[in-house]
Design a protein around this ligand. Structure first.
Ligand code: SF4
Length: 224
């Protein structure tokens, strides 16, 4: 990695190239904060199609979050069965809802709106089963806080590009990226790095020779 200003310049360039290739994604989300939190928990370590199916099933089975909270564990687990480790996720959802209700008196996350970003992040990550990526999804998409959710694709591609150190943990990478990615790029960067990681900078065999970022990539430089 280069120095700070060099990193910022490099991130800027990469952000622009990603936008040129994949577009400037402005994500319009229709989920409210509790829905976004539950959807993010269902999305942990599973393919989008499975978490989307589980979320629809949850919405069909229960009319309110109070009903989800009161549901028997086994019943809820069966409803979200398509989401991968469904028992763990059911337990996380109920535990998060229980704690939110205990803290604010209702199933409502609007308390996060007026918090500083770091305070809101601490508040959410102190809920059982809510890690930095899940919290960042809620804060970025529902409250427009300047955070960048880092999933396995964003983490891998960022390390290969050299915009975070190769030995960064995912949590550290999220922390560093939030400091150097321009505010105007947060939405597109999240979406576009995931897309690039799935289609080009593939985990096992990145398609470096065809990659439009290779001039700016540390990993690519090591190959030549
Ligand atoms: S050059 Fe290779 S390692 Fe670098 S971003 Fe592109 S695909 Fe990934």
């Amino acid at each position: 990695m280069s120095n700070d200003s060099g990193d910022e310049q490099k991130v800027n360039t990469i952000c622009k190239l990603l936008i040129r290739e994949y577009g400037d994604i402005i994500v319009e989300r229709s989920l409210d904060p509790i829905e976004e939190l539950v959807f993010a928990i269902l999305s942990q370590n599973t393919a989008d199609i499975n978490s989307e199916r589980a979320f629809k099933s949850l919405q069909s089975a229960y009319a309110t979050w109070e009903e989800v909270l009161a549901a028997p564990h086994d019943e809820l687990a069966q409803v979200i069965r398509s989401s991968g480790p469904f028992r763990v996720k059911g337990e996380r959802i109920q535990s998060a809802l229980t704690e939110i209700k205990k803290r604010v008196g209702s199933l409502d996350l609007s308390v996060l709106q007026d918090m500083e970003t770091s305070e809101a992040m601490d508040w959410l990550t102190s809920l059982h089963g809510v890690g930095p990526k899940t919290a960042a999804i809620v804060l970025l998409f529902c409250f427009e806080k300047p955070v960048l959710p880092v999933d396995t694709h964003v983490w891998r591609v960022s390390k290969r590009l050299g915009i975070v150190p190769d030995n960064s943990t995912r949590v550290k990478a999220q922390d560093l990226l939030q400091q150097i990615v321009p505010l105007t790029c947060l939405y597109s960067m999240n979406h576009n790095l995931v897309k690039h990681g799935r289609e080009v900078c593939i985990a096992r065999k990145p398609l470096c020779e065809d990659c439009f970022l290779n001039r700016h990539c540390d990993y690519y430089q090591t190959l030549h």
